[in-house]
Design a protein around this ligand. Sequence first.
Ligand code: NI
Length: 131
Amino acid sequence: MKRFGVSLEDDLLRELDRLVQKHKLPNRSQAIRFLIRKTLIREDCQGNKLVTGCLAIVYDHHKRELLNKLVCLQHDFHHLILSGQHVHLDHDNCLETILLKGRAKELNDLAKKMIGLKGIKSGELITCPIR
Ligand code: NI
């Protein structure tokens, strides 16, 4: 553990103390750790970092319009898509897993587009940095 001094304007220090209270953190140091980690995670997930991803979506295949939109999106973003697998879970439901590779922000944007389609029951993107 290293110690260092931090200089902050009064209003910024007040905001830091507000965060300490809001998140029930024990002290200002913990608040600064919290903010750094949060920023790093956000950078990893939305930034320019090269990542692989696995997008899983569950939907009802009777919704034809949805199927068409899903296929169109995959063709529009074929440069990010490595492979796709479709599993028929039961009479109504399908699970599709789509393996992706690209910049974190691109993968997140595509995942949001797909998960946001009307008729998608659930969806989740997992990303892993390549280096
Ligand atoms: Ni199916």
